[in-house]
Design a protein around this ligand. Sequence first.
Ligand code: 5GP
Length: 198
Amino acid sequence: MTSQQGRLIIVAGPSGAGKGTVENAVMEKNPEIQFSVSVTTRPQRDYEVEGEHYFFISKADFLQRIERNELVEWQEVYSKNGHYYGTLRSYVDAALEQGKLLLIDIDIKGGINLKKAYPDNSISIFIEPPSVEALEQRLINRKTDSPEQIRIRLDRMPEEMELGKQFDYTIVNSELSEAVNAFTEILENQIYQQQRSI
Ligand code: 5GP
């Protein structure tokens, strides 16, 4: 045990809200934050490193881990061709035990479930785009989605924004630097100040 309490920083939001960019900037500013590595059945991308971005496993392996209760939460993410993503209980518990600050990038429903599993050791942050129009523009500029995929994502927005109300904090990502400042302020108030007072 360390004297410092580990904490989970759960981050979710509609795809295209720019959560990855905000997270990377926050982690660059706060190098003590560790990125949480999930397991997934989706294929590895060229730039991804095993054990750094994800642990890439087969569907059979994933299903066995569900059976053995090794995943604290998991989701089949439909926008990713039905691939499975999950958070390893042992990984999260070890990080908490070691007093680490773990940033968990997760889909919206997974984020809500994870918060329920660790209510006292986590804060949850929802990153949202400034408007549906801004999201549409970002998805068009990103050039990774077909027009139908973009339509599906936009149609899903109202439900996602509703689920977003279950998060502890919401950050509107209009301007990256402002979103990063808002994120840092939450960390300062909710984590660093408390650690200093222990
Ligand atoms: P990508 O395939 O683009 O890396 O991620 C697709 C989605 O899966 C993202 O929304 C990401 O946040 C989510 N995701 C990543 N890891 C996990 C996890 O462990 N559990 C859940 N529920 N979602 C995850």
